[in-house]
Design a protein around this ligand. Structure first.
Ligand code: HEM
Ligand SMILES: [Ca+2]
Length: 663
């Protein structure tokens, strides 16, 4: 059952389909495999020098010897062993999901691309204006175009916002960036002062506050900003090729935020009994294990004994609502493992772990595609573009190994970050009778999960998620994240919008104009031609800030577009999001609806996953003591969506996993 892809690349194994006669992607939004230079991501080479010779090039830095101490799984240039075991279960790092290109979607490989890299020097420098001058300051753009105005969504609740972050953390994480606790590189210190080597350290691109900053006129000089690790830093890019930013988690929707993206992350959080993930019991409730390095991971903790969790994703402690959802998912795994173990007492720990993991991933994929994504991408848009098959009976066999499941940089660094706009700065705590029990300020609780273990806070915050409105999807951003991000004990903090803009430049994202072109949308040649999607008022500001229409950042203008009716983003971001979630589904051999007999659920198991998976039920089953929940738990409570007793909500029938062959 071993497949040697290196010596026998044309070997067929997917029911008579060979690489040359794969069905072509006929969806039409984009031809598949559009990403340009793809690093070494999926070249199955054993030897990097031999590869260099083949490519007739040299490498900017000598690569670390494969298998050496400097070459833990983190520095493999996307090279993976050439053998793939065709397993019923996903690997932890996503390798061998694609049997032809086993490294696709694995950690430490580049983000995908729709548009060519745009670097100032063609290789890695920050992009400049068409005129050669610097682009406008990211903080200035944030202040002018993304102010705070608390307009709330009339339908969707904060749980919809928060679940988006869970999906994000499943799909990508910029290499070398902490994204929650303090970065290891200081380009701008805790007091907002530039580090002495900020100008010379190639990893530094601090965001400067202008002298007349509206909020901090005499305050800090800068916000720390460390550049993302790239193929170039790792010696994996030919000398004159553009640096490709790397992502460090599996791109697949495989709950890697819960299980980890490498064996090194997965093992310490497994219990190795009963298929369970490790938990600590406190106050009769299950919590994730303690992170051994509290002072680094939870820098806001006041003592090393405060809760600070270890999970599959390093961002787990970043904000209380995120941590709650991580814990809900972790408990769901253990709940499933417990039931499987009761009905199949002969299954060993490994089988229980893998089977529970497989069911949990299916459940999350179902919730993501049928409950969450239609809110943001639009139900009809998703049906039209074959992202979902509502009412499908039986398998949906649209897996296509030619579709690249990598997360597009345009998605992770621009389009999906637009949903930072949904964040609310104050979080409600709500009782079982849906009365307000309290309110907490977000910036007081970054990286400090202590809050959720206090009294009833876990349940009260969870009800708050489903009770409170999310912010409207627009250009207004909450000042908790534009003035006080990770403020710690300071009076000021970072600006997430400015960071998003800076990150887009750091990654050399194509411009707004080029991305519209790639999406097949009308290409604006002047500022006024942007009026088709952006209001006159905003176009005036763009004109005032940018020198040239071709300079306009995708991150910025994409977020200014009017929402497409039925969706929560404008046409350019919607194009990117649609393309991404098409790839994430069709490029995943293990997608839960796939009928490939070596991995498929039985028809009745698939049916119960479809009928019994819901965000409402998961919250009910894994909170401490929540007894009622509205059936549509991404929607606010309304006359058509009143809370019902938890046991009235549909559930997955796990008895269908009883192993009859053995009995
Ligand atoms: C309170 C909630 C949130 C906070 C504090 C937060 C904060 C952050 C921070 C600090 C980063 C890294 C910035 C950088 O250095 O480049 C980030 C990245 C990102 N965020 Fe959020 N975020 C939140 C919620 C969300 C939500 C709701 C979504 C989407 C629905 C989202 C989508 C993303 C994406 C796609 C990235 C890039 C991931 C990557 O590839 O590394 N975030 N966020
Ligand atoms: Ca993943």
């Amino acid at each position: 059952q071993y497949l040697n892809l290196l010596t026998n690349p044309g070997q067929t194994f997917l029911q008579g389909v060979s690489p040359s006669n794969f069905p072509v992607n006929n969806r039409g939004l984009f031809p598949v495999q559009r990403r340009p230079v793809n690093g070494l991501g999926y070249l199955q080479a054993l030897n990097i020098e031999e590869l260099a010779r083949k490519l007739n090039t040299s490498f900017s830095n000598p690569p670390p010897p494969l298998g050496s101490a400097q070459d833990p799984a983190t520095q493999t240039c996307g090279l993976v062993p050439p053998y793939c075991l065709k397993s019923r279960y996903r690997t932890i790092d996503g390798s061998c999901n694609n049997l032809f290109k086993p490294a696709l979607g694995t950690p430490q490989t580049p983000y995908g691309r729709l548009v060519e890299y745009k670097y100032g020097d063609g290789v890695s420098a920050f992009p400049t204006s068409v005129s050669g001058k610097d682009l406008p300051n990211a903080r200035v753009i944030s202040s002018f175009l993304f102010p705070d105005k608390n307009l709330v969504d009339p339908i969707w609740n904060l749980n919809a916002q928060q679940w988006g972050q869970i999906i994000t953390h499943d799909m990508s994480l910029t290499a070398g960036i902490a994204q929650s606790h303090k970065d290891t590189v200081t380009c701008c210190d805790d007091n907002g002062q530039l580090a002495p080597d900020a100008a010379t350290n190639p990893l530094c691109a601090p965001i400067l506050f202008p002298l007349n900053d509206p909020v901090h006129p005499q305050g800090p000089q800068c916000i720390n900003f460390v550049r993302t690790g790239t193929t170039r830093d790792r010696g994996c890019t030919p000398r004159y090729a553009p640096a490709q930013p790397l992502s460090t988690v599996t791109a697949y929707m495989d709950a890697s935020f819960c299980y980890g993206s490498s064996e090194g992350q997965a093992r310490p959080i497994r219990a190795f009994v009963g298929g369970r993930l490790k938990t600590i019991l406190r106050g009769g409730r299950e919590w994730p294990p303690q992170d051994p390095n509290v002072t680094l991971t939870c820098e806001s903790a006041q003592s090393p004994n405060e809760p600070c969790y270890l999970a599959g994703d390093i961002r787990v402690n970043q904000n209380p609502q995120l941590t709650i959802l991580q814990i809900i998912v972790l408990r769901e795994h253990n709940r499933i493992a417990g039931i499987l173990s009761a009905i199949n007492p002969h299954w060993d720990d490994e089988t229980l772990y893998q089977e529970a993991r497989r069911i949990l991933i299916a459940e999350l994929q179902h919730i993501n595609y049928y409950e969450y994504l239609p809110i943001f991408l639009g139900f009809e848009n998703m049906v039209k573009n074959k992202l979902i098959y509502p009412g499908a009976n039986g398998y949906v066999n649209d897996y296509n190994p030619k579709v690249d499941p990598s997360v597009l940089d345009e998605h992770a660094t621009a389009a999906f970050r637009h949903f930072h706009t949904l964040i609310r700065g104050y979080l409600k705590l709500v009782t079982e009778s849906r009365h307000l029990a309290g309110i907490v300020r977000l910036s007081d609780w970054f990286n400090r999960p202590l809050l959720i273990e206090l009294e009833n806070a876990f349940d009260d915050l969870t009800r708050g998620l489903t009770y409170q409105e999310q912010s409207f999807s627009d250009q207004f951003w909450d000042s908790e994240i534009t003035q006080f991000l990770f403020k710690r004990n300071n009076t000021f903090g970072g600006d997430l919008r400015a960071i998003d803009i800076q990150r887009g430049r750091d990654h050399g994202l194509g411009s707004y104009v080029s991305t519209r072109a790639a999406c097949g949308l009308p290409v604006p040649h002047t500022f006024n031609e942007m009026l088709d999607f952006i209001s006159a008022e905003n176009v005036e500001v763009l004109k005032a800030i940018y020198e040239h229409p071709g300079d306009v950042d995708l991150v910025v203008a994409g977020s200014l577009e009017h929402n497409v009716p039925g969706a929560q983003a404008g046409p350019t971001f919607l194009c990117i999001l649609t393309e991404q979630f098409y790839r994430t589904r069709v490029g995943d051999r293990y997608f839960y609806e796939n009928g490939d007999p070596s991995i498929a659920f039985t028809p009745s198991q698939l049916e119960t996953i479809r009928k019994g998976s819901s965000i409402a039920r998961i919250l009910c089953d894994n909170s401490d003591n929540i007894r009622h929940m509205q059936p549509k738990a991404f929607q606010q409570i309304s006359s058509g969506n009143m809370p019902v007793p938890c046991d009235k909500l549909p559930a997955i029938d796990l008895s269908l996993w009883r192993d009859f062959e053995f009995h």
